[in-house]
Design a protein around this ligand. Structure first.
Ligand code: HEC
Length: 114
């Protein structure tokens, strides 16, 4: 659980909105790390806002995600988190965040996470 410890350290900083950090820890961190190499389950998400979709060389993305093109604007992230399978049918992430306020807080947190 080396990443768990790292994430704990990371989230201890005062610079992040408590909500988004907590939501990320609760809902995303079981699959995603922020910094460093991608995990086996999922791509690392540090600096993902405005990054090209499916751009990390250390993760084997699905064809569905690779063929999306473009970058992760906050609006696209919102759509993906709202209903990942509607946004990119057949992609490998089976997880949704139904509460719009939660999505907003998570995306705000991702914007300041590198
Ligand atoms: C059960 C595991 C799992 C959980 C939980 C999960 N994801 Fe994912 N996520 C994935 C997988 C797998 C992919 C890659 C999908 C693919 O290649 O089709 C992915 C891809 C992504 C991407 C695209 C990254 C890129 O490099 O293009 C973003 C953004 C993302 N997830 C955000 C989140 C957020 C934010 C949360 C929490 C609210 C979350 N995910 C929760 C498994 C998960």
């Amino acid at each position: 659980m080396r990443w768990g410890l790292l994430l704990l350290g990371f989230f201890a900083g005062p610079a992040f909105a408590a909500d988004g950090a907590q939501l990320f820890a609760d809902q995303c961190a079981s699959c995603h790390v922020l910094a460093g190499a991608s995990s086996e389950q999922a791509p690392a998400l540090g600096a993902v806002v405005w990054r090209k979709v499916a751009a990390r060389p250390d993760f084997a993305y699905s064809g569905a995600l690779k063929s999306l093109g473009g970058s992760w604007s906050p609006a696209r992230l919102d759509g993906f988190l709202k209903d990942s399978q509607a946004f990119a049918p057949g992609n490998g992430m089976f997880f949704t965040v139904s509460d719009p306020a939660d999505r907003k807080a998570i995306i705000a947190f991702l914007r300041v996470s590198h």
